[in-house]
Design a protein around this ligand. Structure first.
Ligand SMILES: NC(=O)c1ccc[n+]([C@@H]2O[C@H](COP(=O)([O-])OP(=O)(O)OC[C@H]3O[C@@H](n4cnc5c(N)ncnc54)[C@H](OP(=O)(O)O)[C@@H]3O)[C@@H](O)[C@H]2O)c1
Length: 295
């Protein structure tokens, strides 16, 4: 099949492309900057050989740049969205409007299916990132195209924030640390997503193979760095007030803080899937930070 991957230069997108290629699919990638493909990706996600894919340069916030991107495509998979950086845009601009522009192109080109990477339990909080994603999912469900919506828990890549904090020997968590989640590796999530993109329609909640409390993840991160197992629990309310104040100067950062705080207070457990181990990932990541090499 001919598959378009949007967000191919990102953490998940790179695993998606490599999983599709290994499965024998023809892949087109929608990227803003093709030169990024050949370098290592965020959190040691894999490189992409530009000769193995059809490269289309475009920007989701510029609909004219997307013209023709879905021509000849059977299935679209969008892992495109704002995460760590805003690039001067809001979640509404990219996660909602940007993906809507891509959906309109997909409808015009008559693709068979549109697959979108959402967030697990997104409806439980009102952070801007979630509002934008929920709004796009509503558009997708109302569109003329069959759809797949994947709602993953947190990625291993995101938990490197906890690991980085643990390196200092201090660990702070918001709330009592008892909320549970099963984080997932990009490679496992890509396998799950590709399977459903090719064979199903509907909405699927997914996480990694093991369920942890936030306390357990924090203790694991401290152990990996050989630090004393000491976790301090902070009340959520003052941090939410700080995020509320911050939104007037740094709205993107403020919104992410709100999202992470609220996530730490709520269970987020999807279907247990995959076999990549969090402890192994933490050790690899910590060693690579010291040596500069990924083994
Ligand atoms: N990280 C998590 O824990 C987590 C959990 C659940 C769901 N998700 C969702 O999963 C998706 C993938 O996450 P990730 O961690 O792989 O994100 P990521 O590494 O930040 O990748 C995001 C991708 O979107 C692309 N993108 C951003 N703005 C764009 C634009 N205007 N036009 C075209 N492409 C654009 C980026 O391109 P550039 O390389 O050019 O910037 C990049 O390829 C996101 O939608 C995220 O919200 C993430």
């Amino acid at each position: 099949m001919n598959i378009l991957v949007a967000g191919a230069t990102g953490y998940l997108g790179r695993y998606l492309v490599n999983t599709l290629l290994a499965d024998g699919q023809q892949v087109r990638v929608l990227v803003r900057d093709a030169s990024k493909l050949t370098g290592a990706g965020p959190y040691h996600s894999p490189k992409i050989d530009p000769n193995s894919v059809d490269v289309f340069e475009g920007d989701l916030t510029k609909p004219a740049s997307l013209e023709g991107v879905c021509s000849g495509i059977d299935v679209v998979i969008s892992a495109a969205g704002l995460t760590r950086n805003s690039y001067g845009h809001s979640f509404h601009d990219v996660d909602y409007l940007g993906n809507k522009h891509l959906l309109e192109e997909a409808e015009r080109a008559g693709v068979q299916k549109f697959t979108y990477i959402h967030v697990l339990h997104g409806e439980q909080t009102d952070a801007g990132i979630l509002k934008a994603k929920i709004k796009f999912c509503e558009e997708l469900k109302q569109s003329s195209l069959p759809s797949v919506i994947i709602r993953p828990t947190g990625y291993y890549s995101d938990l490197t924030n906890v690991l980085d904090l643990a390196a200092s020997g201090w660990m702070f968590l918001v709330g009592d640390g008892q909320a549970r989640m099963n984080p997932i590796h990009g490679k496992d999530l890509a396998a799950f997503t590709v399977h459903h993109a090719l064979h199903s329609t509907g909405m699927f909640d997914v996480g990694g193979p093991r369920v942890y409390t936030y306390d357990e993840i924090a203790l694991l991160a401290l152990r990996v760095h050989g630090k004393k197992e000491r976790v301090m629990h902070l009340p959520a309310q003052p941090i939410l007030v700080i995020a509320w104040l911050l939104k007037y100067v740094q709205p993107h950062k403020a919104d992410l803080i709100k999202f992470f705080v609220l996530s730490m207070l709520t269970d987020g457990i999807g279907e247990r899937f995959g076999d990549e181990d969090l402890e192994t990932f933490f050790h690899q990541y910590a060693q690579s930070e010291e040596s500069g090499e990924w083994t």
